[in-house]
Ligand binder design. Structure first.
Ligand SMILES: Cc1cc2nc3c(=O)[nH]c(=O)nc-3n(C[C@H](O)[C@H](O)[C@H](O)COP(=O)(O)OP(=O)(O)OC[C@H]3O[C@@H](n4cnc5c(N)ncnc54)[C@H](O)[C@@H]3O)c2cc1C
Length: 563
Protein backbone atom coordinates (compact mmCIF):
# COMPACT_ATOMS: atom_id res chain seq x y z
CA UNK A 1 0.00 0.00 0.00
CA UNK A 2 1.26 3.43 -0.95
CA UNK A 3 1.95 5.52 2.17
CA UNK A 4 2.91 9.08 1.18
CA UNK A 5 4.58 11.07 3.91
CA UNK A 6 2.16 12.98 6.15
CA UNK A 7 4.89 15.13 7.73
CA UNK A 8 5.07 18.65 6.35
CA UNK A 9 8.18 19.12 4.29
CA UNK A 10 10.81 21.22 6.07
CA UNK A 11 11.24 24.85 5.00
CA UNK A 12 12.22 28.06 6.76
CA UNK A 13 9.91 30.24 4.67
CA UNK A 14 7.16 28.09 3.14
CA UNK A 15 4.34 26.43 5.12
CA UNK A 16 3.68 23.13 3.43
CA UNK A 17 0.06 22.02 3.58
CA UNK A 18 -0.51 18.25 3.77
CA UNK A 19 -3.63 17.34 1.79
CA UNK A 20 -5.95 14.40 2.34
CA UNK A 21 -5.39 11.41 0.07
CA UNK A 22 -8.13 10.48 -2.40
CA UNK A 23 -9.54 7.12 -1.30
CA UNK A 24 -11.22 4.83 -3.83
CA UNK A 25 -13.73 3.51 -1.26
CA UNK A 26 -15.08 7.01 -0.55
CA UNK A 27 -15.55 8.11 -4.13
CA UNK A 28 -17.76 6.99 -6.99
CA UNK A 29 -15.87 5.11 -9.70
CA UNK A 30 -16.36 5.57 -13.40
CA UNK A 31 -15.90 2.92 -16.02
CA UNK A 32 -13.72 5.00 -18.25
CA UNK A 33 -12.31 8.52 -18.36
CA UNK A 34 -11.42 10.66 -21.27
CA UNK A 35 -8.02 11.83 -19.98
CA UNK A 36 -5.95 10.71 -16.99
CA UNK A 37 -2.90 12.83 -16.15
CA UNK A 38 -0.14 11.36 -13.99
CA UNK A 39 1.79 14.01 -12.03
CA UNK A 40 0.88 17.33 -10.44
CA UNK A 41 4.04 19.29 -11.27
CA UNK A 42 3.82 22.41 -13.43
CA UNK A 43 3.34 20.37 -16.63
CA UNK A 44 0.56 18.14 -15.27
CA UNK A 45 -1.43 20.97 -13.72
CA UNK A 46 -1.17 23.32 -16.72
CA UNK A 47 -2.26 20.44 -19.00
CA UNK A 48 -5.32 19.83 -16.80
CA UNK A 49 -6.19 23.55 -16.71
CA UNK A 50 -5.78 23.92 -20.47
CA UNK A 51 -7.95 20.87 -21.14
CA UNK A 52 -10.57 22.31 -18.78
CA UNK A 53 -10.61 25.58 -20.74
CA UNK A 54 -11.68 23.52 -23.72
CA UNK A 55 -14.33 21.71 -21.67
CA UNK A 56 -12.42 18.42 -21.43
CA UNK A 57 -12.48 16.79 -17.98
CA UNK A 58 -9.44 15.02 -16.59
CA UNK A 59 -8.40 12.96 -13.59
CA UNK A 60 -5.09 14.14 -12.12
CA UNK A 61 -3.22 11.46 -10.13
CA UNK A 62 -0.28 12.39 -7.95
CA UNK A 63 1.82 10.35 -5.53
CA UNK A 64 2.43 12.85 -2.77
CA UNK A 65 0.19 14.90 -0.49
CA UNK A 66 2.13 18.18 -0.83
CA UNK A 67 3.60 20.46 -3.45
CA UNK A 68 7.22 19.87 -4.41
CA UNK A 69 10.15 19.80 -2.03
CA UNK A 70 12.53 22.76 -2.24
CA UNK A 71 12.38 25.72 -4.54
CA UNK A 72 13.54 23.89 -7.71
CA UNK A 73 12.67 26.20 -10.64
CA UNK A 74 12.86 29.84 -9.54
CA UNK A 75 12.97 31.93 -12.73
CA UNK A 76 9.92 32.23 -14.95
CA UNK A 77 10.00 33.87 -18.35
CA UNK A 78 7.62 36.34 -19.94
CA UNK A 79 6.23 33.64 -22.20
CA UNK A 80 5.55 31.46 -19.15
CA UNK A 81 3.69 34.37 -17.58
CA UNK A 82 1.59 34.74 -20.72
CA UNK A 83 0.73 31.05 -20.50
CA UNK A 84 0.01 31.36 -16.77
CA UNK A 85 -2.24 34.32 -17.57
CA UNK A 86 -4.27 32.00 -19.78
CA UNK A 87 -4.81 29.54 -16.93
CA UNK A 88 -5.56 32.29 -14.43
CA UNK A 89 -2.57 32.40 -12.08
CA UNK A 90 -0.28 35.10 -13.52
CA UNK A 91 -1.64 37.83 -11.22
CA UNK A 92 -0.67 35.84 -8.15
CA UNK A 93 2.84 35.29 -9.52
CA UNK A 94 3.15 39.00 -10.29
CA UNK A 95 1.97 39.87 -6.78
CA UNK A 96 4.54 37.69 -5.03
CA UNK A 97 7.47 37.39 -7.47
CA UNK A 98 10.55 39.53 -8.03
CA UNK A 99 10.80 40.81 -11.62
CA UNK A 100 14.16 41.58 -13.19
CA UNK A 101 15.92 42.74 -16.34
CA UNK A 102 19.67 42.60 -15.91
CA UNK A 103 22.28 39.88 -15.92
CA UNK A 104 25.90 40.40 -14.85
CA UNK A 105 28.90 38.24 -15.62
CA UNK A 106 32.12 38.49 -13.61
CA UNK A 107 35.53 37.04 -14.37
CA UNK A 108 38.14 36.93 -11.62
CA UNK A 109 36.38 39.62 -9.64
CA UNK A 110 35.78 42.04 -12.51
CA UNK A 111 32.41 42.62 -14.16
CA UNK A 112 32.92 41.83 -17.83
CA UNK A 113 29.39 41.91 -19.18
CA UNK A 114 26.06 43.43 -18.20
CA UNK A 115 23.10 42.46 -20.30
CA UNK A 116 19.64 43.95 -20.36
CA UNK A 117 16.87 41.62 -21.44
CA UNK A 118 14.58 43.19 -24.06
CA UNK A 119 11.52 44.85 -22.55
CA UNK A 120 9.26 47.56 -23.93
CA UNK A 121 5.96 49.25 -23.23
CA UNK A 122 4.00 46.60 -25.17
CA UNK A 123 4.99 43.88 -22.72
CA UNK A 124 2.63 43.27 -19.82
CA UNK A 125 5.21 41.08 -18.06
CA UNK A 126 8.88 41.49 -17.27
CA UNK A 127 11.32 39.27 -19.19
CA UNK A 128 11.93 37.28 -15.98
CA UNK A 129 10.31 36.95 -12.60
CA UNK A 130 11.70 35.00 -9.66
CA UNK A 131 9.44 32.88 -7.48
CA UNK A 132 9.99 29.55 -5.78
CA UNK A 133 8.32 26.60 -7.53
CA UNK A 134 6.31 25.63 -4.43
CA UNK A 135 4.37 28.91 -4.65
CA UNK A 136 3.76 28.49 -8.33
CA UNK A 137 2.50 24.94 -7.75
CA UNK A 138 0.27 26.20 -4.92
CA UNK A 139 -1.34 28.78 -7.25
CA UNK A 140 -1.84 26.18 -9.99
CA UNK A 141 -3.24 23.77 -7.41
CA UNK A 142 -5.79 26.33 -6.20
CA UNK A 143 -6.86 26.88 -9.81
CA UNK A 144 -7.19 23.10 -10.34
CA UNK A 145 -9.19 22.58 -7.13
CA UNK A 146 -11.58 25.39 -8.11
CA UNK A 147 -12.18 23.83 -11.51
CA UNK A 148 -14.99 21.26 -11.70
CA UNK A 149 -13.49 19.70 -14.84
CA UNK A 150 -10.48 18.48 -12.80
CA UNK A 151 -10.69 15.49 -10.46
CA UNK A 152 -7.51 15.98 -8.37
CA UNK A 153 -6.35 12.87 -6.49
CA UNK A 154 -3.60 13.32 -3.88
CA UNK A 155 -1.71 10.27 -2.67
CA UNK A 156 -2.50 8.23 -5.82
CA UNK A 157 0.69 6.60 -7.02
CA UNK A 158 0.71 4.95 -10.44
CA UNK A 159 2.59 1.65 -10.32
CA UNK A 160 1.73 0.05 -13.65
CA UNK A 161 0.41 1.06 -17.07
CA UNK A 162 -1.03 -0.93 -19.95
CA UNK A 163 -2.47 0.11 -23.28
CA UNK A 164 -3.97 -1.24 -26.48
CA UNK A 165 -5.21 0.50 -29.62
CA UNK A 166 -8.41 1.73 -27.95
CA UNK A 167 -7.51 2.61 -24.35
CA UNK A 168 -4.91 2.86 -21.61
CA UNK A 169 -5.13 1.53 -18.04
CA UNK A 170 -3.15 2.41 -14.96
CA UNK A 171 -2.86 0.59 -11.66
CA UNK A 172 -2.96 3.18 -8.90
CA UNK A 173 -1.77 2.47 -5.37
CA UNK A 174 -3.36 4.45 -2.52
CA UNK A 175 -3.15 4.43 1.29
CA UNK A 176 -6.04 1.94 1.31
CA UNK A 177 -4.77 -0.23 -1.52
CA UNK A 178 -4.72 -0.33 -5.31
CA UNK A 179 -7.35 0.25 -7.98
CA UNK A 180 -7.33 0.36 -11.77
CA UNK A 181 -8.33 3.34 -13.85
CA UNK A 182 -9.12 3.22 -17.57
CA UNK A 183 -8.97 6.11 -20.03
CA UNK A 184 -8.86 7.09 -23.67
CA UNK A 185 -5.62 9.04 -23.16
CA UNK A 186 -2.96 8.75 -20.50
CA UNK A 187 -0.77 11.84 -20.04
CA UNK A 188 2.64 11.07 -18.53
CA UNK A 189 3.58 14.24 -16.63
CA UNK A 190 5.38 12.23 -13.96
CA UNK A 191 8.65 14.13 -14.06
CA UNK A 192 12.31 13.44 -14.82
CA UNK A 193 12.29 9.92 -13.37
CA UNK A 194 9.06 9.05 -15.19
CA UNK A 195 7.88 5.59 -14.23
CA UNK A 196 5.69 5.60 -17.33
CA UNK A 197 8.67 6.32 -19.60
CA UNK A 198 10.50 3.32 -18.12
CA UNK A 199 7.43 1.07 -18.10
CA UNK A 200 6.78 1.74 -21.78
CA UNK A 201 10.47 1.26 -22.54
CA UNK A 202 10.86 4.66 -24.24
CA UNK A 203 14.49 5.65 -24.78
CA UNK A 204 15.75 9.23 -24.69
CA UNK A 205 18.34 10.63 -27.07
CA UNK A 206 20.90 13.37 -26.44
CA UNK A 207 23.80 14.06 -24.10
CA UNK A 208 24.51 13.80 -20.39
CA UNK A 209 27.25 16.19 -19.32
CA UNK A 210 29.87 15.40 -16.73
CA UNK A 211 30.26 17.40 -13.57
CA UNK A 212 27.90 18.42 -10.81
CA UNK A 213 26.39 21.63 -9.48
CA UNK A 214 25.18 22.28 -5.94
CA UNK A 215 21.98 24.31 -5.60
CA UNK A 216 21.61 25.89 -2.17
CA UNK A 217 18.79 28.17 -1.04
CA UNK A 218 19.86 30.29 1.91
CA UNK A 219 18.16 33.00 3.92
CA UNK A 220 20.54 35.94 4.03
CA UNK A 221 20.21 39.69 4.04
CA UNK A 222 22.12 40.93 0.97
CA UNK A 223 21.63 44.52 -0.10
CA UNK A 224 21.75 43.68 -3.79
CA UNK A 225 19.18 44.22 -6.54
CA UNK A 226 17.27 41.40 -8.24
CA UNK A 227 19.66 40.63 -11.08
CA UNK A 228 21.30 37.50 -12.34
CA UNK A 229 24.88 37.12 -11.13
CA UNK A 230 27.33 34.73 -12.82
CA UNK A 231 30.93 34.34 -11.61
CA UNK A 232 33.46 32.57 -13.80
CA UNK A 233 36.68 31.16 -12.45
CA UNK A 234 36.51 32.85 -9.02
CA UNK A 235 39.43 32.54 -6.64
CA UNK A 236 37.65 30.25 -4.18
CA UNK A 237 36.43 27.85 -6.90
CA UNK A 238 39.09 28.01 -9.67
CA UNK A 239 38.03 26.99 -13.15
CA UNK A 240 34.39 26.66 -12.12
CA UNK A 241 31.20 28.75 -12.30
CA UNK A 242 28.81 30.17 -9.70
CA UNK A 243 25.33 31.59 -10.24
CA UNK A 244 23.29 33.65 -7.79
CA UNK A 245 19.63 34.69 -7.89
CA UNK A 246 17.51 36.59 -5.45
CA UNK A 247 14.24 34.85 -4.48
CA UNK A 248 11.24 36.24 -2.57
CA UNK A 249 11.05 35.91 1.25
CA UNK A 250 14.69 36.89 1.87
CA UNK A 251 16.08 33.79 0.14
CA UNK A 252 19.04 33.62 -2.24
CA UNK A 253 19.93 30.81 -4.59
CA UNK A 254 23.65 29.98 -4.71
CA UNK A 255 24.47 27.55 -7.47
CA UNK A 256 28.08 26.40 -7.71
CA UNK A 257 29.98 23.92 -9.79
CA UNK A 258 31.98 21.20 -8.08
CA UNK A 259 35.60 20.47 -8.88
CA UNK A 260 36.06 17.36 -11.05
CA UNK A 261 36.02 14.14 -9.04
CA UNK A 262 33.99 15.41 -6.08
CA UNK A 263 30.90 13.30 -5.38
CA UNK A 264 27.42 14.68 -4.56
CA UNK A 265 27.58 13.08 -1.09
CA UNK A 266 30.83 14.88 -0.30
CA UNK A 267 29.47 18.16 -1.66
CA UNK A 268 26.35 18.02 0.54
CA UNK A 269 28.27 17.58 3.79
CA UNK A 270 27.41 20.55 6.08
CA UNK A 271 31.10 21.55 6.43
CA UNK A 272 31.59 21.63 2.71
CA UNK A 273 28.43 23.68 2.14
CA UNK A 274 29.35 26.15 4.87
CA UNK A 275 32.90 26.64 3.66
CA UNK A 276 31.82 27.33 0.10
CA UNK A 277 28.86 29.58 0.86
CA UNK A 278 31.00 31.59 3.29
CA UNK A 279 33.63 31.94 0.56
CA UNK A 280 31.05 33.10 -1.97
CA UNK A 281 29.59 35.68 0.45
CA UNK A 282 33.08 36.92 1.22
CA UNK A 283 33.81 37.26 -2.49
CA UNK A 284 30.79 39.54 -2.94
CA UNK A 285 31.86 41.69 0.03
CA UNK A 286 29.48 40.16 2.57
CA UNK A 287 31.99 38.21 4.65
CA UNK A 288 30.58 37.07 7.98
CA UNK A 289 26.95 37.94 7.17
CA UNK A 290 24.76 35.40 8.99
CA UNK A 291 22.87 32.96 6.78
CA UNK A 292 20.64 29.94 7.22
CA UNK A 293 20.22 26.97 4.88
CA UNK A 294 16.73 26.16 3.61
CA UNK A 295 17.28 23.46 0.98
CA UNK A 296 20.09 22.11 -1.08
CA UNK A 297 20.51 19.56 -3.80
CA UNK A 298 22.99 18.43 -6.46
CA UNK A 299 22.35 18.16 -10.17
CA UNK A 300 24.13 17.28 -13.38
CA UNK A 301 23.31 18.82 -16.74
CA UNK A 302 21.46 16.51 -19.09
CA UNK A 303 20.15 17.35 -22.55
CA UNK A 304 17.87 14.48 -23.49
CA UNK A 305 14.53 14.08 -25.24
CA UNK A 306 12.26 11.28 -26.33
CA UNK A 307 12.15 11.21 -30.13
CA UNK A 308 8.33 11.02 -30.06
CA UNK A 309 5.97 12.24 -27.35
CA UNK A 310 2.98 10.16 -28.44
CA UNK A 311 3.18 6.42 -27.93
CA UNK A 312 -0.14 4.77 -28.65
CA UNK A 313 -2.59 6.05 -26.02
CA UNK A 314 0.19 7.53 -23.85
CA UNK A 315 1.38 11.11 -24.30
CA UNK A 316 4.51 12.51 -22.65
CA UNK A 317 4.96 16.08 -21.49
CA UNK A 318 7.32 18.17 -19.32
CA UNK A 319 10.32 16.48 -17.72
CA UNK A 320 8.84 13.06 -18.48
CA UNK A 321 9.37 13.90 -22.17
CA UNK A 322 12.76 15.61 -21.90
CA UNK A 323 15.52 16.47 -19.46
CA UNK A 324 17.09 19.84 -20.16
CA UNK A 325 20.00 21.65 -18.53
CA UNK A 326 18.63 24.22 -16.13
CA UNK A 327 21.09 26.87 -17.41
CA UNK A 328 18.89 29.32 -19.26
CA UNK A 329 15.95 28.47 -16.97
CA UNK A 330 14.75 25.69 -19.24
CA UNK A 331 13.01 23.19 -16.94
CA UNK A 332 9.60 24.46 -15.92
CA UNK A 333 9.52 27.16 -18.61
CA UNK A 334 9.69 24.49 -21.32
CA UNK A 335 7.14 22.39 -19.42
CA UNK A 336 4.59 25.23 -19.54
CA UNK A 337 4.94 25.46 -23.31
CA UNK A 338 4.57 21.68 -23.67
CA UNK A 339 1.49 21.67 -21.48
CA UNK A 340 -0.19 24.61 -23.16
CA UNK A 341 0.43 22.95 -26.51
CA UNK A 342 -0.74 19.52 -25.38
CA UNK A 343 -3.88 21.00 -23.79
CA UNK A 344 -5.41 22.25 -27.00
CA UNK A 345 -4.07 19.57 -29.34
CA UNK A 346 -5.49 16.82 -27.12
CA UNK A 347 -8.76 18.64 -26.39
CA UNK A 348 -9.51 19.05 -30.09
CA UNK A 349 -8.86 15.34 -30.71
CA UNK A 350 -10.99 14.30 -27.71
CA UNK A 351 -13.84 16.50 -28.95
CA UNK A 352 -13.63 15.02 -32.44
CA UNK A 353 -12.69 18.37 -34.02
CA UNK A 354 -9.49 16.90 -35.47
CA UNK A 355 -7.95 13.50 -36.08
CA UNK A 356 -4.86 11.82 -34.64
CA UNK A 357 -2.70 13.86 -37.01
CA UNK A 358 -3.16 16.77 -34.61
CA UNK A 359 -1.58 14.77 -31.78
CA UNK A 360 1.27 13.85 -34.10
CA UNK A 361 1.66 17.58 -34.65
CA UNK A 362 1.96 18.16 -30.87
CA UNK A 363 4.77 15.63 -30.81
CA UNK A 364 6.56 16.98 -33.90
CA UNK A 365 6.41 20.59 -32.67
CA UNK A 366 7.47 19.95 -29.10
CA UNK A 367 10.20 17.41 -29.98
CA UNK A 368 11.46 20.07 -32.41
CA UNK A 369 11.44 22.60 -29.58
CA UNK A 370 13.33 20.24 -27.26
CA UNK A 371 15.94 19.53 -29.94
CA UNK A 372 16.43 23.25 -30.52
CA UNK A 373 16.83 23.78 -26.76
CA UNK A 374 19.30 20.89 -26.54
CA UNK A 375 21.35 22.49 -29.30
CA UNK A 376 21.26 25.93 -27.67
CA UNK A 377 21.68 24.86 -24.08
CA UNK A 378 24.54 22.61 -25.12
CA UNK A 379 26.45 25.78 -26.02
CA UNK A 380 25.68 27.35 -22.64
CA UNK A 381 26.52 24.12 -20.83
CA UNK A 382 29.85 23.75 -22.60
CA UNK A 383 30.66 27.35 -21.65
CA UNK A 384 29.67 26.87 -17.99
CA UNK A 385 31.17 23.39 -17.63
CA UNK A 386 33.72 22.86 -20.41
CA UNK A 387 33.66 19.12 -21.18
CA UNK A 388 37.27 18.89 -22.46
CA UNK A 389 40.59 20.69 -22.33
CA UNK A 390 39.88 22.23 -25.74
CA UNK A 391 36.57 23.73 -24.59
CA UNK A 392 38.22 24.93 -21.38
CA UNK A 393 40.96 26.72 -23.37
CA UNK A 394 38.39 28.37 -25.60
CA UNK A 395 36.23 29.42 -22.67
CA UNK A 396 39.19 30.84 -20.77
CA UNK A 397 40.31 32.73 -23.86
CA UNK A 398 36.90 34.38 -24.17
CA UNK A 399 36.87 35.18 -20.45
CA UNK A 400 40.32 36.71 -20.31
CA UNK A 401 39.96 38.62 -23.59
CA UNK A 402 36.69 40.07 -22.34
CA UNK A 403 38.57 41.87 -19.56
CA UNK A 404 40.00 44.24 -22.12
CA UNK A 405 38.07 43.69 -25.38
CA UNK A 406 34.52 44.97 -25.70
CA UNK A 407 33.72 42.88 -28.81
CA UNK A 408 34.17 39.60 -26.93
CA UNK A 409 31.69 40.37 -24.16
CA UNK A 410 28.49 39.55 -26.07
CA UNK A 411 29.82 35.98 -26.43
CA UNK A 412 28.72 35.58 -22.82
CA UNK A 413 25.17 36.09 -23.99
CA UNK A 414 22.93 33.84 -21.91
CA UNK A 415 20.65 31.77 -24.06
CA UNK A 416 17.52 31.95 -22.01
CA UNK A 417 14.39 29.88 -22.46
CA UNK A 418 12.15 31.40 -25.12
CA UNK A 419 9.08 30.39 -27.03
CA UNK A 420 9.75 28.06 -29.92
CA UNK A 421 8.69 29.20 -33.40
CA UNK A 422 6.82 26.40 -35.18
CA UNK A 423 8.06 27.69 -38.52
CA UNK A 424 7.63 24.41 -40.38
CA UNK A 425 4.56 23.15 -38.58
CA UNK A 426 2.28 20.91 -40.60
CA UNK A 427 -0.68 23.02 -39.52
CA UNK A 428 0.61 26.32 -40.89
CA UNK A 429 -1.49 27.50 -43.83
CA UNK A 430 0.04 26.89 -47.25
CA UNK A 431 -1.96 29.37 -49.30
CA UNK A 432 -1.68 32.51 -47.20
CA UNK A 433 0.50 35.61 -47.53
CA UNK A 434 3.04 34.76 -44.82
CA UNK A 435 6.02 35.37 -47.10
CA UNK A 436 4.73 38.79 -48.19
CA UNK A 437 4.82 40.33 -44.70
CA UNK A 438 8.01 42.24 -43.95
CA UNK A 439 7.47 42.30 -40.17
CA UNK A 440 5.13 40.91 -37.54
CA UNK A 441 4.97 37.37 -36.13
CA UNK A 442 5.44 34.84 -38.93
CA UNK A 443 4.16 31.28 -39.33
CA UNK A 444 4.45 29.40 -36.07
CA UNK A 445 5.64 32.39 -34.04
CA UNK A 446 4.16 33.25 -30.65
CA UNK A 447 1.98 36.37 -30.64
CA UNK A 448 3.31 39.84 -29.94
CA UNK A 449 1.64 41.70 -27.14
CA UNK A 450 0.47 45.29 -27.65
CA UNK A 451 -0.24 47.87 -24.98
CA UNK A 452 -3.70 49.21 -25.80
CA UNK A 453 -3.92 51.73 -22.96
CA UNK A 454 -3.99 51.80 -19.15
CA UNK A 455 -4.00 48.19 -17.92
CA UNK A 456 -5.13 46.82 -21.25
CA UNK A 457 -3.09 44.56 -23.56
CA UNK A 458 -3.88 42.63 -26.74
CA UNK A 459 -3.06 39.23 -25.24
CA UNK A 460 -5.69 39.79 -22.52
CA UNK A 461 -8.29 39.15 -25.24
CA UNK A 462 -6.75 36.06 -26.86
CA UNK A 463 -6.87 32.35 -26.13
CA UNK A 464 -9.32 29.60 -25.31
CA UNK A 465 -9.79 28.84 -29.01
CA UNK A 466 -8.71 30.17 -32.40
CA UNK A 467 -8.56 33.95 -32.74
CA UNK A 468 -9.03 35.78 -36.00
CA UNK A 469 -7.42 39.23 -35.76
CA UNK A 470 -9.11 41.22 -38.52
CA UNK A 471 -7.59 44.62 -39.25
CA UNK A 472 -10.26 46.99 -40.53
CA UNK A 473 -11.61 50.48 -40.27
CA UNK A 474 -14.94 49.49 -41.84
CA UNK A 475 -18.25 48.87 -40.08
CA UNK A 476 -18.56 45.19 -40.80
CA UNK A 477 -16.60 41.96 -41.22
CA UNK A 478 -17.35 40.79 -44.80
CA UNK A 479 -20.42 38.55 -44.89
CA UNK A 480 -18.62 35.60 -46.52
CA UNK A 481 -15.93 35.64 -43.81
CA UNK A 482 -18.64 35.77 -41.15
CA UNK A 483 -20.26 32.74 -42.77
CA UNK A 484 -17.03 30.68 -42.49
CA UNK A 485 -16.83 31.66 -38.82
CA UNK A 486 -20.45 30.65 -38.24
CA UNK A 487 -19.92 27.32 -40.02
CA UNK A 488 -16.79 26.55 -37.96
CA UNK A 489 -18.58 27.38 -34.73
CA UNK A 490 -21.55 25.21 -35.68
CA UNK A 491 -19.11 22.27 -35.87
CA UNK A 492 -17.91 23.12 -32.34
CA UNK A 493 -14.68 24.93 -33.25
CA UNK A 494 -14.11 27.80 -30.81
CA UNK A 495 -13.24 30.84 -32.93
CA UNK A 496 -13.33 34.50 -31.87
CA UNK A 497 -13.22 37.42 -34.28
CA UNK A 498 -11.37 40.46 -33.00
CA UNK A 499 -11.64 43.53 -35.19
CA UNK A 500 -8.67 45.87 -34.85
CA UNK A 501 -8.59 49.47 -35.98
CA UNK A 502 -12.14 50.79 -36.15
CA UNK A 503 -13.23 53.43 -33.68
CA UNK A 504 -16.72 51.92 -33.24
CA UNK A 505 -17.94 48.32 -32.80
CA UNK A 506 -17.54 46.33 -36.00
CA UNK A 507 -20.52 44.20 -36.91
CA UNK A 508 -19.65 40.50 -37.05
CA UNK A 509 -16.73 40.85 -34.61
CA UNK A 510 -16.87 39.55 -31.03
CA UNK A 511 -14.81 42.50 -29.96
CA UNK A 512 -13.44 45.65 -31.50
CA UNK A 513 -10.13 47.08 -30.37
CA UNK A 514 -9.45 50.60 -31.54
CA UNK A 515 -5.83 50.97 -32.47
CA UNK A 516 -5.50 54.68 -31.79
CA UNK A 517 -1.73 54.83 -31.90
CA UNK A 518 -1.40 52.24 -34.66
CA UNK A 519 0.63 49.99 -32.34
CA UNK A 520 -1.23 46.81 -33.35
CA UNK A 521 -0.77 47.47 -37.04
CA UNK A 522 2.91 48.20 -36.50
CA UNK A 523 3.63 45.15 -34.37
CA UNK A 524 1.78 42.92 -36.81
CA UNK A 525 3.29 44.48 -39.93
CA UNK A 526 -0.11 45.38 -41.32
CA UNK A 527 -0.15 47.94 -44.14
CA UNK A 528 -3.73 47.80 -45.44
CA UNK A 529 -7.26 47.21 -44.30
CA UNK A 530 -8.71 43.65 -44.51
CA UNK A 531 -5.38 42.09 -43.44
CA UNK A 532 -5.78 39.31 -40.89
CA UNK A 533 -3.98 36.85 -38.64
CA UNK A 534 -5.27 33.46 -37.53
CA UNK A 535 -3.89 32.43 -34.15
CA UNK A 536 -4.15 28.89 -32.79
CA UNK A 537 -5.51 28.23 -29.29
CA UNK A 538 -1.93 28.43 -27.94
CA UNK A 539 -1.79 31.86 -29.66
CA UNK A 540 0.90 30.89 -32.17
CA UNK A 541 0.32 32.16 -35.71
CA UNK A 542 -0.91 29.58 -38.22
CA UNK A 543 -1.93 31.92 -41.06
CA UNK A 544 -1.74 35.59 -42.03
CA UNK A 545 -3.06 37.44 -44.99
CA UNK A 546 -2.53 40.84 -46.61
CA UNK A 547 -6.20 40.54 -47.59
CA UNK A 548 -8.42 37.83 -46.25
CA UNK A 549 -11.24 36.19 -48.13
CA UNK A 550 -13.61 33.47 -46.99
CA UNK A 551 -12.05 30.72 -49.07
CA UNK A 552 -8.58 31.30 -47.64
CA UNK A 553 -9.88 31.36 -44.06
CA UNK A 554 -11.70 28.09 -44.59
CA UNK A 555 -8.62 26.51 -46.06
CA UNK A 556 -6.46 27.68 -43.12
CA UNK A 557 -8.91 26.23 -40.60
CA UNK A 558 -8.97 22.91 -42.45
CA UNK A 559 -5.16 22.79 -42.42
CA UNK A 560 -5.02 23.65 -38.71
CA UNK A 561 -7.49 20.90 -37.85
CA UNK A 562 -6.43 17.85 -39.88
CA UNK A 563 -9.01 15.08 -39.97
C1 LIG B 1 16.50 19.48 -7.49
C2 LIG B 1 15.93 20.20 -8.67
C3 LIG B 1 16.29 21.52 -8.92
C4 LIG B 1 15.78 22.19 -10.02
N1 LIG B 1 16.15 23.46 -10.24
C5 LIG B 1 15.67 24.12 -11.32
C6 LIG B 1 16.03 25.45 -11.60
O1 LIG B 1 16.79 26.05 -10.86
N2 LIG B 1 15.51 26.06 -12.71
C7 LIG B 1 14.64 25.40 -13.54
O2 LIG B 1 14.16 25.97 -14.54
N3 LIG B 1 14.29 24.14 -13.30
C8 LIG B 1 14.78 23.49 -12.22
N4 LIG B 1 14.42 22.22 -11.98
C9 LIG B 1 13.56 21.56 -12.96
C10 LIG B 1 12.08 21.86 -12.71
O3 LIG B 1 11.77 21.70 -11.36
C11 LIG B 1 11.31 20.89 -13.58
O4 LIG B 1 11.68 21.11 -14.93
C12 LIG B 1 9.81 21.01 -13.48
O5 LIG B 1 9.37 20.76 -12.18
C13 LIG B 1 9.20 20.00 -14.44
O6 LIG B 1 7.83 19.93 -14.25
P1 LIG B 1 7.06 18.58 -14.52
O7 LIG B 1 5.65 18.89 -14.20
O8 LIG B 1 7.40 18.06 -15.85
O9 LIG B 1 7.67 17.50 -13.50
P2 LIG B 1 7.74 17.53 -11.92
O10 LIG B 1 7.66 18.91 -11.39
O11 LIG B 1 8.90 16.71 -11.54
O12 LIG B 1 6.39 16.82 -11.48
C14 LIG B 1 6.22 15.42 -11.56
C15 LIG B 1 5.00 15.05 -10.76
O13 LIG B 1 4.70 13.67 -10.96
C16 LIG B 1 4.45 13.05 -9.71
N5 LIG B 1 4.73 11.64 -9.89
C17 LIG B 1 5.92 11.08 -10.20
N6 LIG B 1 5.78 9.75 -10.34
C18 LIG B 1 4.47 9.47 -10.13
C19 LIG B 1 3.71 8.28 -10.14
N7 LIG B 1 4.28 7.10 -10.43
N8 LIG B 1 2.39 8.34 -9.87
C20 LIG B 1 1.81 9.53 -9.59
N9 LIG B 1 2.48 10.70 -9.57
C21 LIG B 1 3.81 10.67 -9.85
C22 LIG B 1 5.36 13.80 -8.76
O14 LIG B 1 4.97 13.63 -7.42
C23 LIG B 1 5.15 15.23 -9.26
O15 LIG B 1 3.94 15.77 -8.77
C24 LIG B 1 14.90 21.53 -10.88
C25 LIG B 1 14.53 20.22 -10.62
C26 LIG B 1 15.03 19.55 -9.53
C27 LIG B 1 14.61 18.14 -9.28
Amino acid sequence: MHQPTIQSRPSIYYDYKVHQPWMPSKNPRHQRHSVVIVGSGPAGMVTALELARHGVPSVLLTSELQVSQGSRAIVFTRRSMEILQQVGVADRVTASGLPWLYGNSFYRGQRTFRMEAPHDEDDRYFPMINLQQQYLEEYLLDACLANHFIDFRWGNHVVRVEQNAEAARAEVDTPEGPYWIKCDWLVAADGGRSMIRSATNRQMEGTSYEGYFVIADIRVDLQLPTERLAYFDPEWNPGNTILMHREPHGIWRVDYQLPAGETPDEALQPDSLKRRIDAQLAMIDHAGVPWEMDWCSVYAARALTLPDYVFGRTIFTGDAAHLLPIFGVRGANTGFQDAQSLGWHLAFVVKGLAGLALLANYSAERVGAAREIIEESGKSTRFMTPPSRGFMLLRDAVLSLSLSQEFVRPLYHWRTSRAHHYTNSAINSMGDDNAMFKTGPAHGAPPQNVHLGDDDYLLDYLGGGFDLLYFTDKDEIPGAVQQVVTDARSLGVPLKVIAIGADRPVSGADRTLTDLRGRCRKRYGVLATDAAYLLRPDQHVCARWMTLDAHRLKSALNTALPK
